[in-house]
Design a protein around this ligand. Structure first.
Ligand code: NAI
Length: 367
């Protein structure tokens, strides 16, 4: 059996730090395990174009492992070429880089054997929730320009304090209140925010909502108009692509902060940059980009508010802390183990599979 893994290049860091498991060098810790069982493991970061290792090895791979941190885009066209593919495993959470509708089509209609798309649900949700809390604080307290001022050798407190606020008393809302969104709100509870809101077609169980005192707002425009801080925590699918666009941004409170650690394409990058420039947004932060790696001249690398601040963007790493890598590497191994031994997969990890099509409601309502 051929297993193909498209992971990110870890370079010197991965040679020095074996806990960087999700890298080409450290292979999710799968090399010995698979080779001992007589399987072939191909690991590469080369993922774009017909000459990439991804496209070269895809036709005879039985298992494909990809990661949101360096997404190998499995398009509908590539599904046609992946004649031997049975199992797609996302090392992490978020399988939007796989054309899930195409997976469903191949699963149900085309192949005698089903193709499953699975991810390691929950593996890095705490890692992301912590990053969201950090980014909210960085933006609301105007931290980044304050630190840059110190490195420059300057000292002008008023230039920073004029745009620094407390989180206490603010209204914070999450678009998507699943594993990450809920954990973000949970972690905000001790900050004594004025209110915690969420927008999601799947309502929280009453007990979970009352535990953190969260209120659901069902209309998105109304929701954003009530928030000082909006954090995006829903998957990318056809209804969330470009969800935060120029039109929705008009409904934000003037000077709100927007944090996106979900997927870059959920927020229209040019609309966000324009909203920052005009001061409609005071800040934008997160770690996800509409294309990864983000090109050097990507507008969100340098977009700023009228005070020359308000940018807390970083490369996609919130869900790939060393703790998270251990959890998703273990999870990938266990999914492959189940596949090889014919054991039932954990229901929470199945996105598409087993001739049932979509096994989760998180990637759109599909009424
Ligand atoms: P989850 O499946 O537990 O929760 C997703 C929630 O979003 C669900 O409650 C669902 O109903 C809701 N949702 C879906 N479509 C929506 C829409 N149109 N409007 C409002 N809500 C909607 O997923 P989890 O674990 O919370 O992860 C969410 C996303 O975060 C992932 O799909 C992934 O894209 C991203 N993520 C990012 C990471 C990073 O390193 N930056 C790491 C892990 C996940």
């Amino acid at each position: 059996m051929k297993v193909l893994a498209i992971l990110y290049e870890g370079g010197k860091a991965a040679q020095e730090e074996p806990r960087l498991l999700g890298t080409v060098e450290n292979k999710l810790g799968l090399k010995e395990y698979l080779e001992k069982a007589g399987h072939e493991l191909i690991v590469s970061a080369s993922k774009e174009g017909a000459d990439s290792d991804f496209q070269k090895h895809l036709p005879d791979a039985e298992i494909l492992i990809t990661t949101p941190f360096h997404p190998g885009y499995l398009t509908a066209d590539l599904f046609e070429k992946a004649k031997n593919l049975k199992l797609c495993v996302t090392a992490g959470v978020g399988s939007d880089h796989i054309d899930l509708d195409a997976a469903v089509k191949h699963d149900v209609q085309v192949r005698p054997m089903s193709i499953g798309v699975l991810e390691v649900s929950g593996s890095n949700v705490v890692s992301v929730a912590e990053h969201v809390i950090m980014t909210i604080l960085l933006l609301v307290r105007n931290f980044v320009p304050a630190h840059e001022m110190i490195e420059r050798g300057d000292w002008q407190v008023s230039d920073i304090a004029r745009a620094a606020f407390d989180l206490e008393g603010k209204v914070v809302g999450t678009i998507g209140c699943g594993r990450i969104g809920y954990r973000v709100l949970q972690r905000l509870a001790p900050f004594d925010c004025k209110e915690l809101l969420y927008y999601d077609y799947a309502p929280l169980p009453a007990e979970a909502a009352s535990k953190i005192n969260a209120r659901c707002v069902q209309d998105l425009k109304e929701f954003v108009s009530q928030c000082d801080v909006v954090t995006v925590n829903c998957p990318l699918h056809k209804d969330t692509k470009g969800l935060v666009d120029a039109e929705l941004l008009k409904h934000f409170k003037k000077g709100a902060w927007l944090i996106n650690t979900a997927r870059g394409a959920i927020c229209d990058k040019d609309a966000v940059a324009a909203a920052l420039k005009s001061g409609q947004l005071s800040g934008y932060g997160g770690d996800v980009w509409n294309v990864q790696p983000a090109p050097k001249d990507h507008v969100l690398r340098t977009a700023k508010n009228p005070l020359g601040a308000g940018n807390a963007m970083v490369p996609h790493y919130s869900g790939t802390t060393l703790d998270a890598q251990k959890r998703y590497a273990d999870g990938v191994k266990s999914i492959i183990d189940n596949y090889m031994s014919g054991k039932q997969q954990e229901a929470q990890n199945i996105i598409v599979g087993g001739k049932i099509g979509y096994a989760t409601k998180a990637y759109g309502q599909r009424k």
